[in-house]
Design a protein around this ligand. Structure first.
Ligand code: SF4
Length: 375
């Protein structure tokens, strides 16, 4: 059976080339056009002999994603891509699986928000992806092709990559690492690890393992990757009610792992904090956030709560009450986020480094927490 060549890192490709009885340097001659020029046919690799190209096409294919739809935001410089996957659901071969990827262009940056899973089984109450359940993990090729297809469709080179799309990246760990290795390889996409952020909901031991892996000599190119921890509440009880898996991943353990990450890699930690008015914005919350801000060098991204087309359960059920027929999405965001500016001002007064994340793409359901594909 033919294999998708986009699934392999350069060291893996070197082994493959050896198996095919070719010289090691040939691997680079294949890898670079695949990941820098995003070629679709082996015949486009002119630097290798015809006989080797033939051998490659007998054993491999270049399997990218097909773009089904590109939604353009009318209010923000944001595009959402709907991709169909080349491989169907393993349980149900008839089902064509789809994923979403977002390109946000602002202040001279082009940030691509990448998905790592089709759906997600963490089930966060505020997240449309979580409401889909998990279909399957994405292959390495399916993770990297999201970026390549966005580049092909827009002609824009990404300045930043964020693993904040559909899925929990640490639940697809092997392919997360492989995709990061390809992106940061100087013979691959060649993007600096300083420009990559991996977001996680916080799963026991995973941040520690990630820190250890990034510190390995062979992973030098990954060293400066940032971790963004989706905190959303400093209270274990509240966190459990909105993030079901946090019952097994207590905040004290995650804080310990984040400290370990900082000490090992000297990379600032980012905390993601969706503002839930009346739920995580009390004076006690602010006190706890202040204490946390002193633990290791860090910054806080405060994210407005974005509406999703699903019924919300406790404690977020209070946000179901908005009469959506009567308000446009901008008003809806401000109604959902009453007191947000005041909350940010209070955090800043405590010398906490705070950024307000924009709601780019909210009109096309491309903002934080809104990605979902109902197949
Ligand atoms: S927020 Fe992340 S971890 Fe939670 S359900 Fe959504 S995709 Fe999964």
């Amino acid at each position: 059976m033919k294999r998708n060549i986009l699934n392999y890192t350069l060291p893996e490709l070197e082994l493959i080339v050896k198996e095919l009885k070719e010289e090691k340097y040939r691997a680079k001659q294949i890898f670079t056009p695949l990941h820098q020029k995003h070629i679709s046919h082996f015949k486009d690799i002119k630097s290798i002999p015809l006989a080797f190209r033939k051998k490659l096409s007998e054993n491999f294919y270049i399997g990218s994603l097909s773009s089904l739809l590109i939604s353009d935001s009318k209010k923000y410089n944001t595009k959402k891509f709907l991709f169909i996957l080349p491989i169907s659901d393993t349980k149900n071969n008839e089902e064509k699986l789809k994923i979403e990827t977002v390109l946000i262009s602002e202040k001279g940056r082009h940030t691509i928000c990448i998905s790592t899973q089709v759906g997600c089984n963490v089930g966060c109450e505020f997240c449309a992806t979580g409401k889909m359940g998990l279909k399957r993990n994405l292959e390495t090729s399916e993770i990297i092709s999201q970026v390549y297809e966005v580049v092909k469709a827009t002609g824009l080179a990404p300045t930043n990559l964020v693993y904040m799309g559909m899925g929990e990246p640490f639940l697809n760990y092997k392919n997360l690492i492989k995709s990061l290795t390809i992106f940061t390889s100087k013979d691959g996409l060649n993007i600096s690890s300083r420009r990559i952020t991996v977001s996680t909901i916080g799963l026991k031991n995973k941040i520690k393992i990630f820190a250890d892996d990034l510190s390995k000599k062979e992973n030098q190119s990954l060293r400066n990757i940032k971790v963004a921890f989706s905190l959303h509440s400093t209270d274990n009880g509240i966190r459990e009610s909105i993030i079901p898996t946090s019952a097994y991943n207590k905040l004290s353990d995650i804080y310990e792992e984040l400290t370990y990450y900082y000490k090992k890699l000297r990379t600032k930690i980012t905390y993601e904090y969706i503002y839930f008015n009346g739920i995580n914005n009390s004076d006690d919350d602010i006190k706890r956030l202040e204490r946390l801000s002193k633990m290791v060098p860090c910054n806080f991204n405060i994210i407005p709560f974005h509406p999703i087309d699903f019924h919300l359960n406790k404690p977020l059920d209070v946000f179901n009450k908005l009469d959506k027929g009567k308000i446009d999405e901008r008003n809806e965001i401000s109604l959902l986020n009453l007191g947000l500016n005041d909350f940010i001002a209070k955090l800043k007064s405590k010398k906490i480094i705070v950024n307000l994340r924009s709601s780019s793409g909210v009109d096309i359901n491309a903002a934080c927490g809104q990605l979902a594909v109902i197949n």
